[in-house]
Write a protein that binds this ligand. Structure first.
Ligand code: ADP
Ligand code: TRP
Length: 331
């Protein structure tokens, strides 16, 4: 089974990205063949500064490696290092109805907010479909907000197979040119809340950075919005963002104990925040140090990415060849 996923280097990653997506990749690499990439072509739509894009792309590679992605097991590469992906995107675009893309959340939101919409944003799901289909991916671990993109990718694959796969059976997915992928979403961490209680997102400015400095971590955690229930009074853990975040880092026994403290009262939100801060430091402190060390060896990181790109291209070339032959662009 082949697992694939990508992270857009549009900013520094946050703990929502980690629990919603990255952590799953890292677990999968031990059991399945993994293809993980830095979605730099997708980021172009948001980052319009060459130096920053380079910095963020390299940063995502550092993040993956520091968190334990093993380049001997999984294939780690930059999306733009595999030019086959944009070629496949074009071919897929020719079987993608406008209506399918007009219903995509990101595009609809931009239109609703009167933002200027470019072709890159409109075609975003087609490029993402190409990312996935180019490697015959079986499973794609993502956060909940990406499930629509996965459905679109499946839909595009079905349309391509219906058009060009003579033996394609849409019920079983057998006999197609392109393999039908499915999303993997973890229920409990599908949506990690940010410091203001909304979904943690770069675009809301409510993030806790994955590899922040101690001061940044403290500032974000202390800024988590709470209600004004006094220290001694009982508190409702179900409505608490601090609790929702603590839960991510805690064992079932620890969760039960924290829940008890919420119910009993006598412990203030400040103490729960301190506890969360310690958990963040324990969980990401060592990886942060590894990241610092890797940062000093950019040549090695580039070597890993170059090797990843060549392994990725070996697969991409075969799948693209199949596609080009199926539609008559190649004999
Ligand atoms: P953002 O929303 O901050 O811009 P991205 O769109 O770059 O984040 O998301 C990268 C990955 O992390 C995706 O798989 C996405 O679903 C996941 N993700 C992002 N935010 C969260 C969140 N708050 N909870 C769970 N998963 C998330
Ligand atoms: N769109 C994804 C995000 O915003 C990133 C991404 C690009 C991706 N291509 C992908 C994720 C393919 C999974 C598979 O997070």
């Amino acid at each position: 089974m082949r697992v694939l996923s990508g992270v857009k280097p549009s900013d520094r990653p946050h703990i929502g990205n980690y629990f919603g997506a990255i952590r799953q990749f890292l677990e999968f690499q031990h059991r399945h063949e993994g293809f993980y990439f830095i979605a730099d072509l997708h980021a172009l739509d948001q980052v319009r500064d060459a130096a920053r894009l380079r910095e963020y792309s390299f940063g995502v590679a550092l993040d993956f490696l520091a968190l334990g992605l093993d380049p001997k097991k999984a294939v780690l590469f930059r999306q733009s290092d595999v030019p086959e992906v944009t070629q496949l995107q074009w071919v897929l675009g020719t079987v993608t109805p406008m209506g399918l893309l007009e219903r995509a959340h990101a595009y609809k939101d931009a239109v609703a907010k009167d933002k200027s919409v470019d072709f890159g944003l409109f075609a975003y799901p087609v490029l993402m479909a190409a990312d996935i289909l180019l490697y015959d991916s079986d499973r794609v671990p993502v956060g909940q907000d990406q499930t629509q993109h996965l459905e679109i990718a499946r839909d595009i694959a079905i349309r391509f197979n219906r058009t060009y796969g003579k033996d394609f059976d849409p019920k079983t997915g057998e006999g197609g040119v392109l393999k039908l992928p499915s999303a993997v979403v973890l229920e409990e961490t599908g949506i990690v809340p940010g410091t203001d209680g909304r979904k943690m997102s770069k675009s809301y400015g409510n993030t806790i950075p994955l590899f922040g400095t101690d001061a940044e971590w403290r500032k974000s955690v202390m800024g988590i919005v709470t209600d004004s229930v006094p220290v001694e009074a009982p508190k409702d853990s179900r409505k608490s963002t601090v609790f929702a975040l603590l839960k991510l880092f805690s064992t079932p026994e620890e969760i039960a104990e924290i829940e008890r403290q919420y119910r009993a009262g006598g412990v203030g939100y400040g103490s729960f925040k301190e506890r969360l801060l310690r958990k963040i430091q324990e969980t990401f402190g060592a990886a942060r140090e590894r990241r610092r060390q890797l940062e000093r060896d950019p040549v090695e990181v580039e070597r890993v990415l170059a090797e990843g790109a060549s392994r990725a291209r070996a697969v991409a070339g075969q799948v693209l060849g199949r596609v080009l032959r199926a539609c008559g662009l190649r004999v």
